[in-house]
Design a protein. Sequence first.
Length: 202
Amino acid sequence: MLPGMSPVLLSILIPVVLGAVIGWFTNWIALKMLFHPRRRRWGFQGLLPRRQAELARDVGRIVGTELVKVDELLAPLDRLDLAPQLTALLDQALTRKITELRAKPLVGMLLTDGLVQGFRDSILKEVLAAQPQIIANLKDAARPHLDVSSLAEQQLASFDLDRLERLINQLASTEFRAIEWWGAVLGGMIGLLQALSMLALR
């Protein structure tokens, strides 16, 4: 018995301290078991190592159907201004072709600068007017190849668990500490209730 401490106070203090220690340790070990043991030992394996493939599949499905939808991913294409790129490509193509044509005697005589410029402006006008349709066609072509669910699943299934554990500990260290200390508080409260119940039954 501690010197100067009454048996009644000691019978209350011991369950409270033991309950707090047990509550803190239980929550601490539960958090550790999210990642450990990596390999099955004595019939146990951490939650994430054991279910990584299953969790990756479920999270990938949620990401692909709820968080990152293909149409939303492609939506920024509608705000693109392709005029500079289309103009540059057209000018490059026309320059090469006009150079080839001007090397031919009869054709070259007919290709005046004014004719070439008018031809170029007419084509460019048509191409720029078709920009929305060009973007729509690009989106239609890209959509079947953008499987967000499968991509997320593959990335998560192959993600290094050591790295994932470090990231989660960095992001949620405060919350993890709070969970541990709340375990101590609740354990202490349970110990106090048990001690008071025992005293009441004497």
